[in-house]
Design a protein around this ligand. Structure first.
Ligand code: ATP
Ligand code: MG
Length: 458
């Protein structure tokens, strides 16, 4: 057979697949198994209202996927034929969000339902106000509207391209998404390289879903990741910060971390830490243990804070840089402060870290040496700090990883049973975050604005 024929056949097969992918498989209630009781009442209200006004509206993405798998959805997203402006007019309790990826948040107390208009791929006639792609193929603006079939093609993974219809309780699954969910497969919609180029964060999302759902990444979806990992450089630091929180503070940190390293993505997020774990056994143990402890705390229902996590991840690099300054005869405390500034400055090039987190990070590091001073009133002074608990946990973590601190952790554990400590702890000023007024939150870890920032091409 001639080469021309082979190419033509391949092309036809591809075209046929694309055509099939854009036709949904319709699953009835008893096939997909999702009951309305699993779904957010507020999200259903949004669907009913949009349907009543004559618009198409579906639940889509993680909420359909997770409900189908018997898990608890983190949040509920709606896709509709109504434009953002039309949605905004329909719901008094809503606001328009975003410019590059416009959508609407409908607020019900602390719950936020995100409503997005069906998107389609931009054609040449669309102007740069509607759609824009960078030189590398990255999508910079994505506001061209289409129908549900078009919208499904723009989703990241097949398991995220399932739509729940409340009119007849069916699920519309595209590109074998339902089958992939049964087979536990993460598969990109469309051509993997193109889709990663459009939005490199999809590589992180593939890892996150694989870890969270205990799914395999399908062969073609995983093949280009290592090679394309450096594209992560193009992603704005604030978006990567949000992704880091989702990757590591959701209860699957250890598995996620190992996968990220395997796919050469971890170094894109934490280049200094990657250097340390690659050639230092203590650093490797320290970072793994941080992941284990984070997961354990979440499983036990305890809080996890970004500042503790970042303080731990940057600790091995901090020690390295501090050692360099010490070798220049700079005394320990100034050496630590200089190292802290340098390490944070380097990290900020990859992920932003808001000031409200860098300050307590530095305090935790600073307190590590203050914990050595226990004589007279010194212990009580240390214990007064708001950061005492975190800094104490940090001491235990260091010892857990094999650092010999001469029983320091034990000493401070016993100290917490003394009357002196109890008095100090009772008088400790409340943390700022306890007195701050609460804003409506979409999830337990991100405000609606945080989320919008983290979302797709921003
Ligand atoms: P979870 O909420 O559990 O993290 P999710 O799949 O709902 O998972 P979201 O970030 O809430 O993830 O996004 C909702 C849906 O929007 C996704 O399921 C997917 O269909 C689509 N989506 C999100 N981010 C992207 C992206 N970068 N590229 C393409 N589609 C995306
Ligand atoms: Mg979601």
């Amino acid at each position: 057979m001639s080469i021309v024929n082979t190419v033509a056949r391949l092309f036809n097969r591809k075209a046929k697949k694309a055509e099939n992918d854009s036709k949904p498989q319709i699953l009835q209630r008893k096939e997909h198994g999702i009951s309305r009781r699993q779904l957010s009442e507020n999200a259903l209200k949004v669907l009913y209202r949009l349907n009543k006004e004559g618009y198409d509206a579906y639940l889509v993405g993680g909420c359909v996927r997770d409900s189908m798998l018997g898990a608890h959805p983190k949040d509920f997203d709606v896709a509709t034929s109504a434009t953002p402006e039309q949605v905004n007019q329909l719901f008094r309790n809503s606001r328009l969000i975003g410019r590059r990826f416009k959508l609407v948040h409908v607020l019900f107390g602390r719950e936020v339902i995100e409503v997005a208009t069906f998107r389609t791929s931009p054609k040449e006639e669309h102007n740069s106000q509607q759609a824009k792609t960078g030189d590398s193929g990255m999508i910079l603006r994505d506001n061209v509207y289409g129908n549900i079939n078009d919208d499904a093609m723009r989703r990241d993974f097949t398991i995220n391209a399932m739509y729940y219809c409340v009119k007849d309780f069916t699920v519309h699954s595209y590109a074998d998404g339902y089958q992939d969910a049964q087979d536990k497969l993460i598969r990109l919609m469309g051509d993997p390289e193109t889709r990663y180029r459009e939005d490199p964060v999809r590589m992180l999302r593939a890892i996150r879903f694989a870890a969270k759902l205990d799914f395999e990444i399908e062969h073609d979806t995983k093949a280009p990741i290592k090679m394309m990992a450096p594209l992560m450089e193009q992603i704005p630091a604030p978006r990567l910060f949000e992704e880091v929180l989702k990757l590591f503070l959701s209860g699957n940190a250890l598995v996620t971390y190992r996968l990220l390293r395997e796919y050469k993505l971890f170094g894109e997020l934490f280049p200094l830490t990657e250097q340390c774990v690659a050639d230092d056994e203590f650093a490797a143990r320290f970072v793994e243990q941080t992941m284990i402890n984070t997961d354990t705390r979440i499983q036990a229902g305890k809080s996890v804070t970004p500042y503790y996590f970042f303080a731990a991840l940057l600790w091995p690099s901090l020690q390295r840089v501090q050692a360099e300054f010490l070798a220049q005869d700079i005394p320990p405390q100034p050496a630590l402060h200089k190292a802290a500034s340098r390490v944070i400055e380097q990290q900020l090039k990859r992920t932003s870290i808001p000031k409200r987190f860098t300050i307590p990070m530095k305090e935790i590091w600073d307190m590590q040496s203050r914990f050595q001073k226990k004589k007279g009133k010194k212990a009580a002074e240390v214990a007064e700090s708001n950061r005492f608990r975190a800094a104490y946990d940090f001491i235990l973590l260091r010892e857990q990883c094999g650092e010999n601190l001469k029983g320091l952790g034990n000493w401070w554990t016993n100290y917490q049973d003394t009357a002196e400590y109890k008095e100090v702890a009772a008088n400790r000023k409340p943390e700022e975050r306890h007195v701050k007024k609460r804003r409506p939150r979409r999830t337990n870890r991100g405000t609606p604005n945080d989320r919008q920032r983290s979302r797709r091409p921003e």
